[in-house]
Write a protein that binds this ligand. Structure first.
Ligand code: SF4
Length: 410
């Protein structure tokens, strides 16, 4: 980065922080609930400021280090898009399945009214291989909903193994790039992330990956090596699920200490977990669900102030990870699922549970859970998970959690 860029970034941060005082950091820090009353939000004075940007892999496209995750009703909350752009959040993420297409429609309505902003935005959507192989038709439908004739990035949504992306997919991706419908191609993954990243590093036609990455996983040796391999290969990396399961226990000593320590320093443990990921400069952006202005302010403030985590802060996060290790599912389903007589995406069920318990978003939890095949859901009640539990490096009580998922998500 040139000294001019450095100085611009610093000045942007100072400007952002100064204006953020209008929101009241104290109010922002206490927010963990995504469902803030609209009347209260109307009083928030969102500042205009630029976000730090990083190059998205070898493409060199500069993206905001904070990405607006589109898993909310954008159709009825287009103010969020206006404010995101005003703040310099130019990386917008959505998927064909979010809100049954309403997320894409909401972004499309924005571009229909403000076509001049399309070039400012790094626009990403995702197609799920579990919805069928008719990718060209569905890509065209997404483009229509998004009111654009091209995507900056298309992700194949939620792969569990790099073998899902064979030579047919490579040919299709190259054809779509040639047609101008997509600029870049890649995948997202919540399961067996390390294996998917290792495989992608050897595939020159993969331009970007969105993957589960947080203060818990980023220090694991295999994950570290996989991220480095992708970074060296020039793949643009986007982190998601950066809260590491969110608040999953309230009786951890480290958690109590963490809250006090970070608050004294002027940020929340929520923001600290974002900062930990931003400290890894190989990560171009963090994709975060920000369905209201308060969350946007909290995350934006952390984005411009990402340098304040000390070694002691990181040690405390590591201690918290250690104390709550057996409460967090790391998405390594190959280990537990292969111990079962039938295919069972345990990691996906765990993720649905996390949406319900940690995000307190029962709607999203049920939506994710109901995307699993009916047969899979039916097997949850019948299967003995004893062998899977023996294979779990985190000693999760898988059987009990699967039954809990059935109880609260059906
Ligand atoms: S239950 Fe255990 S083995 Fe299975 S995905 Fe989660 S952490 Fe990995």
């Amino acid at each position: 980065m040139s000294s001019q860029e450095n100085s611009n970034e610093k000045s942007g941060r100072r400007n952002f922080l100064k204006k953020s005082a209008a929101i009241g950091l104290g109010a922002a820090l206490g927010v963990t609930n995504f469902f803030q009353p609209r009347r209260a939000l109307a009083q928030i004075n969102i500042p205009s400021a630029s976000m730090p940007r990083r190059p998205f892999g070898r493409s060199g496209i500069m993206v905001s280090t904070l990405s607006l995750g589109g898993m909310f009703d954008i159709l009825n909350n287009r103010l969020m898009l206006a404010k995101a752009l005003e703040w310099g959040i130019n990386y917008w993420d959505t998927a064909e399945g979010y809100g049954g297409g309403r997320s894409e429609e909401g972004i499309g309505l924005w571009f229909a009214r403000k076509p001049e902003t399309r070039k400012e935005v790094f626009l990403v959507t995702k197609l799920s291989p579990r919805r069928g192989a008719d990718f060209t038709k569905r890509l065209d439908e997404s483009l229509k909903r998004l009111h654009t004739d091209y995507l900056d990035m298309l992700f194949v949504h939620g792969i569990r193994s790099i073998s899902e992306l064979g030579s047919d997919m490579e040919s299709w991706a190259q054809a779509m790039k040639k047609s101008g419908k997509i600029r870049l191609f890649g995948f997202s993954t919540h399961s067996n992330m390390e294996e998917c990243l290792e495989g992608a590093a050897g595939l020159p036609w993969i331009d970007g990956i969105m993957f589960t990455y947080n203060y818990r996983l980023m220090h694991e040796p295999r994950m570290k090596a996989a991220v480095e391999a992708c970074h060296r290969a020039g793949i643009g990396l986007t982190a998601m699920k950066t809260q590491g399961g969110g608040q999953i226990r309230s009786d951890s000593d480290a958690e109590i200490e963490m809250a006090g320590r970070f608050l004294k320093k002027g940020f929340s443990d929520y923001q600290a977990k974002l900062m930990a990921v931003w400290n890894d400069k190989r990560i171009a952006s963090i994709c975060s669900q920000m369905p209201n202005l308060t969350i946007l302010a909290v995350n934006g403030t952390a984005a411009v102030d990402q340098t304040r985590l000390s070694r002691a802060d990181n040690t405390l996060l590591a201690r918290y990870d250690c104390e709550t290790r057996s409460d967090y599912c790391a998405g390594c389903d190959r280990l537990c699922s292969e111990a079962l007589p039938i295919e069972m995406p345990i990691g996906d069920v765990m993720r649905s549970l996390m949406y319900a318990r940690s995000y307190q978003d029962l709607g999203l939890a049920r939506l994710t859970f109901n995307e699993l095949p009916a047969r899979t859901r039916a097997e949850l009640a019948r299967l003995d998970f004893g062998e899977a539990e023996k294979s779990c490096p985190r000693n999760l009580p898988i059987g009990r959690l699967m039954r809990e998922a059935l109880e609260i998500l059906t």
